[in-house]
Design a binder for this molecule. Structure first.
Ligand SMILES: NC(=O)NCCC[C@H](N)C(=O)O
Length: 320
């Protein structure tokens, strides 16, 4: 028989009611899937990628923001090799598979979200060509059980490759062609609520992402591009104890995207082939380099770093 009164029923706070005890941060890995990053160098655990297909073959390079036309089968084979390299390292690769034919640049998953210690912030890509790619990443994140902390609104544009973690309490975000002030205004309070300070830096006209001018290989080692990396970024790195190493050969890095690497763990990277000077430079800094050919994929104006949406790394700081 149903009780006549509700007072003291558990649904109204009576006996049997148990309030949720944990913070959101501590529910990551229990209620939510294990995910998130608080550094750019701790051991890589999980990534999101999209295997390119025939969508690349029919693309108009100018309309789709590519450097030149691609041979999609060659590009797909190079992508398979990157995925295999991650899997051989024990990294879990989760593939995004949009319904129907994918958008041409869907494969550049690093641009479509950014991982925080408490879940993902969805990108709002800046170009017409890429608008909406974030929907398929959102769907995959939801399937995986990764919390989506924000979808940017209004006129905000943001691409994940513009945000990086200098340490667990500091994120740096590049303002330029892809990420605007409105996006920074929306992201900043979100990160501040996690106790993270946001350092906005302005990027030069004619550049694409912060990723193209700053890569972090270890807790105390950053690779930067001479005269391209913002002054405020180099200062912030040095203030936090980083050695800032500037690329020795800009032509090689420009032609073959030698800086577009992914850090697998402290001083261990996966980089593109065809950059012997850059690789020797990295090795002189104590970085162990694995290589994979990205020559076809690079024609789309990105390489390994851009293709890899980093979803989880080992944590430097305990969950809050
Ligand atoms: N993070 C990256 O550097 N992404 C490369 C994106 C290339 C793509 N064709 C674009 O213009 O958005």
């Amino acid at each position: 028989m149903a009780k006549s009164g509700t007072f003291n029923a558990s649904a109204y706070g009576g006996a049997g009611w148990h309030g949720r005890p944990d913070t959101h941060g501590r529910e990551i890995g229990t209620l939510w899937a294990a995910c998130g990053i608080d550094s750019e160098y701790a051991p890589l655990r999980r990534v999101i990628m999209h295997r390119p297909g025939p969508e690349l073959g029919q693309a108009d390079p100018t309309e789709q923001n590519l450097l030149e036309a691609l041979d999609w089968q060659r590009a797909a084979a190079q992508h398979d090799a990157i995925v295999a390299a991650y899997r051989a390292e024990g990294v879990d690769v989760c593939l995004v598979d949009p319904p129907g034919q994918a958008s041409v640049n869907q494969m550049f998953c690093a641009d479509l979200f950014v991982a925080t210690p408490e879940g993902a912030i969805l990108a709002r890509p800046a170009s017409v060509a890429r608008a909406g790619e974030e929907r398929w990443v959102a769907r995959r994140l939801a399937d995986l059980g990764v919390p989506i902390l924000a979808t940017l609104t209004g006129r905000a544009t943001f691409e994940g490759a513009d945000l990086m973690w200098l340490d667990p309490k500091t994120a740096i975000i590049g303002r330029g062609l892809r990420t605007n002030s409105e996006a920074i205004a929306q992201i900043t309070p979100l990160l501040e609520r996690m106790g993270v300070q946001v350092i906005p830096v302005d990027m030069p006209f004619g550049t694409m992402h912060l990723m193209g001018m700053l890569r972090i290989a270890d807790a105390d080692l950053a690779i930067c591009w001479p005269r391209r990396t913002p002054f405020a970024a180099v200062t912030a790195l040095r203030e936090r104890g980083y050695q800032v190493a500037f690329l020795p050969d800009e032509d090689e890095a420009q032609a073959n995207r030698g800086m577009n690497f992914v850090t697998l763990g402290p001083r261990r990277i996966l980089m593109v082939g065809g950059c012997p000077v850059t690789r020797a430079f990295y090795e002189s800094l104590g970085i162990a380099c694995a290589e994979t050919d990205c020559s076809e994929l690079s024609k789309a104006a990105g390489a390994i770093g851009c293709l890899t949406g980093v979803l989880e790394r080992a944590r430097v700081s305990p969950a809050g």
